[in-house]
Design a protein around this ligand. Sequence first.
Ligand code: GLY
Length: 602
Amino acid sequence: MGIFYKLRVKLIAVISLYVIFPNQSVLAYFVSPLKTKNGMVVSANPLASDAGLEILSKGGNAVDAAVATTFAISVVEPFSAGIGGGGFLLLHQAQTKEIRALDFRERAPLKATKNMYLDANGKVRPNASVDGHLAAATPGTVAGLYEVHRRYGKLSWQEVIKPAITLAKDGFILSPVVTYRSLQAFNSRKKTILSNPAAREIFTRNGEFYQPGEKLVQRDLARTLTLVAQNPENFYTGSIARAIADDMAKNGGLITLQDLKTYKPIWRNPVCGNFVQVNSSTANSSPTKICSMPPPSSGGVHLLQILNIISDINFKSLGWHNPDALHLMVEAMKIAYADRSQYLGDPDFVKVPVAQLISPEYAKLRRQQITMDRAKASSEVKPGDLTPLTPFPLREGEKFNSSVLKSYESTETSHLNVIDAQRNAVSLTFTVNLGFGAGVVAAGTGIVLNNEMDDFAIAPGVPNAFGLVGNEANAIAPRKTPLSSMTPTIVTENGRLRMVVGAPGGSTIITQVLQVILNVLQYNMNVGTAVSAPRIHHQWLPDQLRVDKFALDAMTLAELRRRGHNIKETEPWGNINAILVTPDNTLEGAADPRGEGAARGF
Ligand code: GLY
């Protein structure tokens, strides 16, 4: 290969780069996957992936490494996810081939009430479900990690938390990307953070966030993690629980010792479906099964629903980003998010028609409602007619207000995947909800508290921070779990592990995971290309087709506009990562170049 050829390739690569951060010189491009044979960790942060790799190298299994990586993310990306929040994981056990789902999401405090964020006139109190102690739900991360480790871990609990304690105690250098993402979150929550003494002390110097290259040391968090390492019960009944409950009582929050003491993670059956594509040569010869998170996440249900609806088109034969394929995918997204708004909620409180929503028969019915030459306005797309739930429509005169959208972005939430030598696998997404959660730290603990209460439908038809509207199914109740979009997913072929994938990004999580799965299973992309490729997103409300800048060529955009799509080209979003197992049993992992995640393996 000549020098000029190499230079030309580089030049083309540079020209095709697109700017991810408008005011930064951080560029996204198609990443090369890491290929290893034994084990792999991929997470949103290189330091956290290092922590997971360290544990795998010491003989830990996928669960040990996932727990280590999760605790490390809590330290190195406290704005996105942490022990003050909650999450979901899917576990694939190599020996039994069983896939299990663990729900360690936050639960509403016992004192929570349906109308707690409304004023005396029934109007939503601005930001009441977003900022400060009242926005926090009972955290589940520590209980969830302990539960999965207690059952499936190999190394000691103390050993797997150790890397996180070191990162918190000794500090770590803030990279440009982490600083940028922290700053995005910080600037949008500045007022709350500055008015909370603990958050202010940890995350600011003279009232501003740190600069890249500076060291972030979190002594309180190191002490808290050390107590958790000694005994996880310290978080729920011991000194940490008392510190959280005291802080809540002093600042108008609702979480009490009783909430913490009674918190329990819940094992659930994942939702699974076959990946079917008409005329695909592989469709029947090698059944591909997609398993994902069931309610209280909407992720798995709607991922499967969309895949079912679009299954009568062979994407591969149409070609990459063909207008017919895009149109069908967008119309299916609208249907799924409309159903989400009506039927999805905590299954321990409301009957969610999961079987119907993910059934091929229902998908066929919904597919018939799609017109291929015209985009339906969102107002024409209604939730399906399924198990009756008490209707909870928009109030008369109430309109969807897209100006409340604060963020689609991925400063919140974190996803990680791990596969070990035996091919046990963990796909885990966790969060404090928005960047820096509620914007407050429980005094003396170093714990950033979540604002997951905003994921409830705080009033009918009133969009949350991701623009998602909800209904009675997702109304607030004591101990109830707010609806999520987190979509940790595991794909198998003939029972053999094929792929683990997941993403942060609020309402966009489901469509990110969908597109990366299609990129791999339909377009045969390697995992690096699959996570890098430009994406689209529609969530029914607002009626807007969001398109990665430079994702679609002028003719495709024109054709979609001709069909009636209201297109908005925006900066790229999301921060997905995935690991594939190739037919020769090689692990192939990559993290989204939109973030600074990293794959590590051996
Ligand atoms: N907090 C975002 C989600 O769970 O979907």
